[in-house]
Ligand binder design. Sequence first.
Ligand SMILES: Nc1ncnc2c1ncn2[C@@H]1O[C@H](COP(=O)(O)OP(=O)(O)OP(=O)(O)O)[C@@H](O)[C@H]1O
Ligand SMILES: O=C(O)C1=C[C@@H](O)[C@@H](O)[C@H](O)C1
Length: 164
Amino acid sequence: MNIILVGFMGSGKTTIARIISKKHSMKFVDTDKLIEKQQNLTIGEIFDKKGENYFREIEKNFILDYLSFCDNCVIATGGGMPCFFNNMENLKKIGWVVYLKTDFETAKKRAMLSKNRPLFKDEKKAKNLFKRRVICYSKAHFTVDANREKKLTINEIEKMLFGE
Ligand SMILES: Nc1ncnc2c1ncn2[C@@H]1O[C@H](COP(=O)(O)OP(=O)(O)OP(=O)(O)O)[C@@H](O)[C@H]1O
Ligand SMILES: O=C(O)C1=C[C@@H](O)[C@@H](O)[C@H](O)C1
């Protein structure tokens, strides 16, 4: 079984995927990190040097060439990954897709804690993007309230997927 976490920048995908993978002896996969490694560039550099469309093509291929071979993985996806091309449908074939749903203010507060989010530079644009993204993420198999303390979010995911 694979678990795929989707949600806006700062919703906690990386943090929560890491904890669940450790607890259940699953492999942790972070698509942003692996794409950076593969391209030998940071996400910010890919956006600056090659443009967003190039990044979206890489993400699409990454699902087909890498994620579709995952087994027993917890996958933290890039914030936009499920919202381009046929990516959400392809992700849903690979595993259980869980939407970590937060409000905008929570995501903003958390995203400020780390860099590498070129699309969060302009708050007004980020807010608009957030609204559009909610519609996309809601097509996941499951939605959990991720505004809360991470332990509560993790418990809910475990109950849904492991029956704990
Ligand atoms: N439930 C939570 N409560 C408080 N802080 C959290 C919670 N989840 C994550 N954080 C913190 O918020 C920050 C962003 O979290 P994280 O990197 O996991 O988000 P993300 O969804 O992977 O973002 P991105 O898609 O931009 O990589 C981190 O510093 C993390 O420690
Ligand atoms: O929401 C987005 O479109 C993005 C989120 C990040 O995880 C990175 O994948 C990149 O900064 C784009």
